[in-house]
Write a protein that binds this ligand. Structure first.
Ligand SMILES: CC(C)(COP(=O)(O)OP(=O)(O)OC[C@H]1O[C@@H](n2cnc3c(N)ncnc32)[C@H](O)[C@@H]1OP(=O)(O)O)[C@@H](O)C(=O)NCCC(=O)NCCS
Length: 206
C-alpha cells in the first residue's frame, strides 16, 4: 500500500487531497491536524496530530504539508524529510509543465498553472490555481504564488515570499525573501527582502 499523510486539514488540505487523488498515485490518503482529530475531510479521516508523524512513519511512506504559513510549511517539510518520509511533488492533471522546468519536493502545482521552459521552482512552494511562471524564473523555497499571480520571464522570487492573488511581476524583476506582494499589484521595480508592496505600479506604504 502506497499511503499518503496530508499534514493540515484546512482549506489547503482539501486542495491537496483533491490534487493527490487525481494523480492516482496513492492507495490511501489520511490527514493529521491537531485541531480536527476524529473528523472526516471530504471522506478522509483525520487520524492524529502533527506530533504523531514520527510514530506513523512505519505505516506511511509519503507525507505532504498542506499549511499556508510559508515558514511553518518549510520547517515541517525539513523535519518530515529528516524522518525519511518521501515528500512528493503534487501536480494537478490540468497544469502545464515544461519538460525543462525543475520542481522541488513538497511543492504543489494546482489547476491550470503553467510553468514554462527553464524555470526552477524550489521546495515547499504553492503554485496556486492558474498561476503563471514564465521561462527562466527562479522561485525560492517556501514561496506561495496565489491564484492567477503572473511572473514574466527571468523573474526571481526569494524564499518564503507571498505573492497575493492576481499580482503581476514584469520580466527580470528580483524580489527578495519574506516579501508580501499585495493582491492585484503590478511590480515594475525590484523589491528588497521583507518589504511589502501594493498597487499599480507597486510601492511600499508611506
Ligand atoms: C496585502 C494583504 C495580505 C493585506 O496586507 P496588510 O498590509 O495586512 O493590509 P491591511 O489590510 O492592514 O491594509 C493596510 C493598507 O493597505 C491597503 N491594501 C490592502 N490590500 C491592498 C491591495 N491588495 N492593494 C492596494 N492596497 C491594499 C489597505 O487599504 C490599507 O490602506 P490604508 O492604510 O491606507 O487604509 C491583502 O490586502 C491581500 O492582498 N490579500 C490577498 C490574499 C490572497 O492573495 N489570498 C489568496 C490565498 S489563496
Amino acid at each position: 500500500m502506497n499511503r499518503l499523510l496530508i499534514v493540515g486539514a484546512g482549506g489547503q488540505g482539501k486542495v491537496v487531497l483533491d490534487c493527490a487523488k487525481l494523480m492516482k498515485s496513492f492507495d490511501e490518503i489520511h490527514f493529521l491536524d491537531d485541531n480536527k482529530i476524529g473528523e472526516e475531510i471530504l471522506g478522509h479521516p483525520v487520524i492524529g496530530k502533527i506530533a504523531d508523524l514520527e510514530s506513523l512513519r512505519g505505516d506511511y511512506q509519503n507525507a505532504f504539508v498542506a499549511i499556508g504559513n510559508n515558514s511553518y510549511r518549510l520547517q515541517l517539510i525539513e523535519e518530515i524529510e529528516a524522518m525519511t518520509y518521501n515528500v512528493p511533488i503534487l501536480i494537478h492533471p490540468t497544469a502545464i509543465i515544461s519538460e525543462y522546468a525543475e520542481i522541488g519536493s513538497g511543492t504543489i502545482i494546482l489547476p491550470g498553472a503553467i510553468l514554462n521552459a527553464g524555470c526552477k521552482v524550489g521546495k515547499g512552494v504553492i503554485v496556486n490555481t492558474s498561476a503563471l511562471i514564465e521561462h527562466d524564473c527562479y522561485i525560492g523555497d517556501g514561496v506561495h504564488l496565489s491564484p492567477t499571480a503572473k511572473m514574466g520571464g527571468e523573474v526571481t522570487i526569494g524564499e518564503k515570499t507571498w505573492v497575493c492573488i492576481g499580482a503581476t511581476i514584469i520580466n527580470r524583476i528580483k524580489i527578495g525573501s519574506n516579501c508580501l506582494i499585495a493582491a492585484g499589484a503590478v511590480v515594475i521595480h525590484d523589491v528588497l527582502s521583507k518589504e511589502s508592496v501594493y498597487g499599480i505600479p507597486a510601492k511600499k506604504k508611506k
